[in-house]
Design a protein around this ligand. Structure first.
Ligand SMILES: Cc1ncc(COP(=O)(O)O)c(C=O)c1O
Length: 362
C-alpha cells in the first residue's frame, strides 16, 4: 500500500496562493467568519460526538426524506466520508467501479489501497453523460461499490433521475452499494434528481460544506446511508480523526438553519457567473466545450487538440491566473474553469486566459 500525492492537490498547493485571479476553484466564493456573523465565543473546544453533534445530524437529516439522524455521519469534508466508505466496503478481494473523470481521491484511494478498480468513463462524444449500458458491462461478481459524481467535477454533466434509478438497480442486482458524490447538487441550474440515499438502502449520499457554501476551511461534510454503513464510518474515523472540529460543526449548523434563504442568493450569483462564462466561450476561437449543465465548473478543451499543461503553467506564472490543467484530473487536453467566485475576478481571469491563449497560438 503506497499513498502518493495527487497531481491536482500538488497543483493547488503550489499555485493557489500565488495568483491574482482564481478561476480554477470548484466552489463558491470562500467566506470568512466575519461574513457569516456567527458568534463563536461560547463554542467549547472539546472533543465532540464521534458521528457529529446530534443537533447538526438532525438538521442534516431534514433534507433526506425518510431518514433520521441515525443515518447521518458528519465527517472531515466529503474526503473523509469517501475514505471511510471505500475503506469499509471494499476489501482486498473486492472490486469497485468509479465514474471518471471526477475528484481524484475517489479513484486514488482505491489505487493507494491496491483495490481492484474499474473506471466508468464519461466521454465527450456522449456529452460526458453516464451510459448505463457501459456501467452494466463493468460489473463483476465481486463488485462491492460503484461511485458516481453528479453534478460532475470537472465536466458539469448531470445524471437524470431515470439514470440514477438504473444505476441503483445495477448496484442492487450486483449486491453492491452505489455511492453518489452529491457535493455540487445544491448548485443545480434547475431541479436536481432525488438524493441517492433516499432511494434505496443500497444507496449512499456523500456531500460537503466546501463548495456550495464556500466553507472548505471548516472541513465538514457528511454521509447519509443505512445505519450499518454509518456505524462502519464511526469505526474508521475513530482511528483517523475521532470527531469533527467543534468550530466547524457550529458554523455548519448555523448556515444550514438558513439554508433555503442563503441558497437563493448563491444560485443567483452562480447563474449570473455562468452567463458571463458562456458569453465568453461563445466567442472563443481557441477553446471548445460541452456546456456544463450545473455546478460551478466546466472543462473546455483546446480546439486544436493537445495538452493544456503549457497553457495553464503560462497562465499561472506570467498572468497570475489559476485554472486546473486537465492532465491533473486525468483529462489531458482540457482545463478546468471554475465560475463560483467573485464576478469581477471571473471577468479579469478570463481576460488573462484570453491573453495566454493568444500567446500560445502565436
Ligand atoms: C466531487 C468532490 N468530492 C469531494 C471533494 C472533497 O471535498 P471536501 O473539501 O469536502 O473534502 C471535492 C473537492 O474538490 C469534490 O470536487
Amino acid at each position: 500500500m503506497v499513498f502518493t500525492r495527487m497531481p491536482l492537490e500538488v497543483w493547488f498547493d503550489e499555485y493557489q496562493f500565488e495568483v491574482d485571479y482564481d478561476i480554477g476553484e470548484s466552489g463558491m466564493k470562500f467566506l470568512s467568519v466575519k461574513d457569516l456573523g456567527i458568534d463563536l465565543n461560547k463554542v467549547e473546544l472539546r472533543y465532540g460526538y464521534h458521528l457529529g453533534h446530534p443537533d447538526l445530524r438532525k438538521e442534516i437529516a431534514k433534507q433526506y426524506r425518510g431518514m433520521t439522524q441515525e443515518n447521518v455521519a458528519v465527517t472531515t469534508g466529503a474526503s473523509e466520508g469517501n475514505f471511510a466508505v471505500i475503506g469499509h466496503l471494499v476489501g482486498t478481494k473486492d472490486h469497485l467501479i468509479v465514474e471518471h473523470p471526477t475528484y481524484p481521491s475517489l479513484y486514488q484511494i482505491p489505487r493507494s489501497l491496491e483495490r481492484d478498480l474499474s473506471l466508468f468513463r464519461l466521454n465527450w462524444g456522449n456529452e460526458f453523460r453516464p451510459d448505463m449500458n457501459e456501467l452494466r458491462k463493468l460489473v463483476k461478481k465481486n463488485t462491492k461499490l460503484i461511485t458516481l459524481t453528479h453534478p460532475n467535477n470537472p465536466t458539469g454533466s448531470v445524471i437524470t433521475e431515470d439514470e440514477l434509478k438504473e444505476a441503483i438497480e445495477i448496484a442492487e442486482e450486483a449486491g453492491a452499494y452505489l455511492m453518489v458524490d452529491e457535493t455540487y447538487r445544491d448548485m443545480m441550474f434547475d431541479s436536481p434528481p432525488p438524493l441517492a440515499a433516499t432511494m434505496s438502502p443500497n444507496a449512499i449520499s456523500l456531500t460537503s460544506m466546501s463548495k456550495t457554501w464556500g466553507l472548505p476551511g471548516i472541513r465538514l461534510g457528511w454521509v447519509v446511508a443505512d445505519t450499518p454503513i454509518i456505524e462502519a464510518i464511526r469505526a474508521v474515523r475513530e482511528q483517523v480523526t475521532i470527531c469533527n472540529s467543534s468550530l466547524g460543526e457550529t458554523i455548519a449548523l448555523e448556515v444550514l438553519k438558513k439554508r433555503e434563504r442563503l441558497l437563493e442568493g448563491l444560485r443567483k450569483s452562480m447563474l449570473s457567473n455562468f452567463r458571463i462564462l458562456k458569453g465568453w466561450m461563445d466567442n472563443q476561437e481557441w477553446l471548445e466545450w460541452i456546456e456544463p449543465k450545473s455546478g460551478v465548473v466546466g472543462a473546455p478543451r483546446l480546439a486544436t487538440g493537445g495538452s493544456t499543461d503549457a497553457l495553464c503553467k503560462l497562465l499561472v506564472t506570467k498572468y497570475r491566473t489559476f485554472t486546473v490543467p486537465g492532465s491533473h484530473m486525468e483529462l489531458d487536453g482540457h482545463l478546468r474553469i471554475g465560475f463560483g467566485g467573485e464576478h469581477e475576478e471571473l471577468v479579469k481571469g478570463l481576460d488573462q486566459l484570453q491573453l495566454a491563449l493568444k500567446e500560445i497560438h502565436q
